[in-house]
Write a protein of this length. Structure first.
Length: 172
């Protein structure tokens, strides 16, 4: 039996060698016990992209989107989403979100979105960063859909992580 916070993971039912932390020995979903882990400073950055028409790009650059300031609304939505991640992702631990930065960069192809979330807690904030990017992207789609019904979200991923027991890494 794994010790609370030991980092020991369970083998899923049926074998196969893959080990998932949110699955117990019987293959059932569980919330990982992090009570034995140390509180450390942690940071995660996620990125994604909303591809849209040249007309939308022009409207975003000129602040002419019919619904209003689409970038500001998407930024606020992302900030709110980072704080609400455990309400949306069932096995995600509630963590104290200490800082969130959401950057939206209008490019010729659409909008690049990048979110960095910081905490001092027992578990990382990758899910908060991903949720931030996803909800900011969804909000942007909602703001521009009257002008571009074909806009799409793409390339959402974690691009950097630091803090905690595992090694820091970047994938950019």
């Amino acid at each position: 039996m794994p010790v609370a916070g030991s980092g020991v993971v369970s083998e899923p039912a049926g074998g196969g060698g893959a080990r998932l932390t949110h699955v117990d020995a019987r293959g059932q979903a569980r919330m990982v016990d992090v009570s034995g882990k140390a509180v450390t400073a942690r940071e995660a950055t996620a990125a994604g992209r909303v591809l849209c028409s040249p007309l939308v790009v022009e409207l975003l650059r000129a602040q002419g989107v019919p619904k209003g300031d689409a970038l500001a609304v998407a930024r606020i939505a992302g900030l709110q989403a980072a704080k609400r991640t455990p309400d949306l992702v069932p096995l995600c631990h509630p963590v104290a979100v200490h800082g969130v930065v959401v950057d939206l960069d209008v490019t010729d192809a659409g909008v690049d979105i990048r979110a960095t979330v910081r905490t001092a807690d027992r578990t990382g904030v990758e899910m908060e960063a991903l949720t931030c990017v996803c909800v900011a992207s969804l909000t942007l789609i909602d703001m521009i859909k009257a002008v571009d019904k074909h806009a799409r979200i793409t390339d959402v991923r974690v691009v950097a992580k630091s803090g905690g027991r595992s090694a820091d890494w970047r994938d950019e």
